[in-house]
Design a binder for this molecule. Structure first.
Ligand SMILES: Nc1nc2c(c(=O)[nH]1)N[C@H]1C(S)=C(S)[C@@H](COP(=O)(O)O)O[C@H]1N2
Ligand SMILES: [Mo]
Length: 340
């Protein structure tokens, strides 16, 4: 990253406003995050189009088709006033409604995998409903039960987190069927496993609760690990000598602190170079980056790697970890050949 780009990025984050980091593009300052796009990189858009957004669930491609006029969500258990919530009740809370960008990723994704996406979501903070219901003092967890019989639980503090949102819109449209119509949870800092779709029931309980994936050994905490994906080049690509643009994404959801910078190595990890972050808005969203590499003459093959450094200076962990049980760890390493 050259000094100029660096200053731009830091000015943006210091001011705390959502401005695009767009190189020298003239209309940079006038675009909103959902329009951030760049040619010649992958991902090429900061907001993943809904039709390209990954889908992951236990229904084997047959997600529930819920009728919103019949849909009910019951909030019960350790509450003062159990509630039955209907979709119009949620939509009527216009003053509480919020539109946010949020990146989702799957705990089962291998390093460099593609089960990750970033979307604009509209909904209301879950805490609004939980406060109306009145959480009793003994409560420790919120259990979610869904129309496809998926179930999972989260700590009550997470359920009351101001950024835990019951979403009913995705990228400006009603939540698509496969993404949880009519209502799903967005749980900050946690993998998709803790973002239940097609919610029918939220039960407040006082004991540990292991859900569908947790009883199969997956992490109950499910905090997102910092991961940096090299989208271009892909494995075993043959690259021409000369100038080449490496690009990808980095996401540090679990600490909720966000990415400070991304570094790329083109020599198997011996030396590291700062990438340019061209789109980044919030710690709960991914950062998209690129790096211009001048491929030396005579090189035959090498390994391209990328890693992220968090806002608090923490360097992404290098140690390889399998996705099971708590999410993949380590650096995404892409072996490439160099043509003549
Ligand atoms: N009801 C329900 N919710 C669910 C799941 C599921 O199988 N059923 N899968 C979870 C998992 S493992 C992930 S990664 C995310 C994926 O969300 P998406 O399909 O909208 O990308 O949904 C989560 N919510
Ligand atoms: Mo997942």
């Amino acid at each position: 990253m050259n000094r100029r780009t660096f200053l731009k990025v830091s000015a943006v984050s210091a001011a705390g406003v959502l401005l695009p980091v767009f190189g020298d593009s003239a209309d940079a300052a006038t675009r909103s995050p959902d329009q951030w796009a760049r040619a010649g990189v992958e991902p090429s858009r900061w907001v993943t189009p809904t039709r390209e957004f990954y889908v992951q669930d236990i229904t084997s491609g047959n997600p529930p088709a819920l009728d919103a006029s019949k849909w009910r969500m019951i909030i019960n258990g350790l509450v003062q006033k159990p509630k039955i919530v209907r979709l119009p009740d949620l939509l009527a809370k216009a003053s509480e409604s919020t539109t946010v960008h949020r990146t989702l990723s799957c705990i089962g994704d291998p390093i460099g995998g593609n089960q990750i996406g970033n979307a604009e979501w509209t909904g209301i903070p879950l805490r609004v409903l939980l406060k109306e219901a009145g959480i009793r003092e003994q409560a420790t967890r919120a259990v979610f039960r869904c129309a496809d019989l998926y179930h999972t639980a989260i700590p009550i503090e997470d359920a009351m987190h101001p950024r835990a949102i019951l979403a009913f819109k995705m990228n400006g449209e009603d939540l698509p069927r496969e993404h949880g119509y009519p209502v799903r949870l967005l749980n900050p800092g946690k993998y998709g496993q803790k973002c239940p779709k097609w919610i029918n029931n939220i039960e407040i309980v006082a004991k540990e609760y292991h859900g569908y994936w947790e009883t199969r050994g997956w992490s109950d905490v499910a905090a997102v690990k910092t991961a940096t994906r090299v989208h271009v080049p892909t494995k075993d690509a043959t690259l021409p000598a000369g100038s080449y643009r490496i690009s990808g994404s980095a996401f540090d959801g679990g600490s909720m602190g966000g990415i400070q910078r991304v570094e790329v190595s083109t020599d198997g990890g011996s030396t590291w170079h700062a990438a340019e972050i061209w789109a980044s808005a919030d710690p709960l969203t991914w950062s998209l980056w690129q790096y211009e590499w001048t491929i030396p003459q005579g090189a035959k093959k090498t390994k391209v790697l990328a890693r992220a450094i968090g806002k608090d200076g923490t360097v992404q962990r290098e140690k390889y970890e399998d996705p099971y049980p708590a999410g993949a760890g380590g650096y995404h390493t892409v072996e490439v050949k160099i043509g003549s």
